[in-house]
Design a protein around this ligand. Sequence first.
Ligand SMILES: [Zn+2]
Ligand SMILES: [Zn+2]
Length: 408
Amino acid sequence: MNINYIAFAIPVFLILIGIEFLISRKQGKKFYSFNDTIANLNVGIAERLLDALTLGVFYFVYDYLYQHFAVFHIQPSILSWVGLLLITDFLWYWYHRLGHEVNLLWSVHVVHHQSEEFNFTVSARITLFQAVARTFFWSALPIIGFNAEMITTILLIHGLYPFFIHTRTVGKLGILEYIMVTPSHHRVHHANNEKYLDKNYGDMFIFWDKLFGTFAEETEEPVYGLTKPLHSNSFLWQHFHFMLEMIYAFRSAESFSDKLKVLFGKPEIINPDFRRELEEKFVIIKRKKSSSSRRFRNYVIIQMISVLILLFTFILFEHYFELITQVLISLVILITLVNCGAILEQRRWIFYLEYIRWFLVMLIGFVFFPYYINLIFISSLLGITVLYFQTLNRQYLRYIYGLRQRSF
Ligand SMILES: [Zn+2]
Ligand SMILES: [Zn+2]
């Protein structure tokens, strides 16, 4: 049976999150908030899904570069594996540092920093755009002479490590603090305290930061999140707000050199008024503390559980799905993620999303059971939902948001 074992990372990841949640509760600390956890998981689910679909492409890039441009042909040995790990981490340091210092790269890395909490779920805040940006840096590896198998193996290990440093349940780790990136170091990186800004970029080893002058020790309680927080649960806004701010800034920059500065300068040169303008344009609703009522919280939880089960099954049996099924299931998952964010913001347009999702589920049903009778059944169901669209819309919003909900 040709199953993809990477899928088991999902339940393991969830179990570890559960353990951290219980430990933090036992310690009497509130390290988890509902909205942030959902938003973090949403980003992670999208990345896992898109990563599963595109993994072959990254392998192909490394293999192509190795076959055509490799300077050396390095054979696997203890020494070469250690060397590969060190070079990978060194490249990461620069990818990450430039990710904070160059707007083009920050526009994809910013998603990792939007959470105002700090726990294992924050490690899931990686996007496919980030993976693409990183590949440019890691392209140095096959050119040096490491083959694609070695690279993908080391990237898997290197990619797993940061999960464990996104936690507040662990204090300082003695001698390890001098060599490795520890939770304490990475808490500093995610903090917006003045003295912690632009510090601790390392992924596995902390000595790069010490070498290049970006190291800071955790000496005061970190405050997590962006210096200009988003306060939004919207899945799409979280992914694209900075790209849009950059487009605005690029358009309004008058000289060519100013336009270049927008692309390659530091994030703080982008005028904060653009964010405000965009928030008004897209009617971005600022998150209120404990804004979600139990009713739609439950609905979001049900969707998250379903989508996690769907993602697990999808990755596990990836090789058995035809392209059309892969596309349809991916769309259902992505719509669900947008939906969860929109529900937390009490958007009325989510019914249209529900409707599209319903249509896609019906289509998947037909792909799996392509019988004449099924077609009649599906068409009748769709017909009924079209006929009663307005009533269903009203009932749906009433059920999800309660009776007298003001419109947005
Ligand atoms: Zn960062
Ligand atoms: Zn992080």
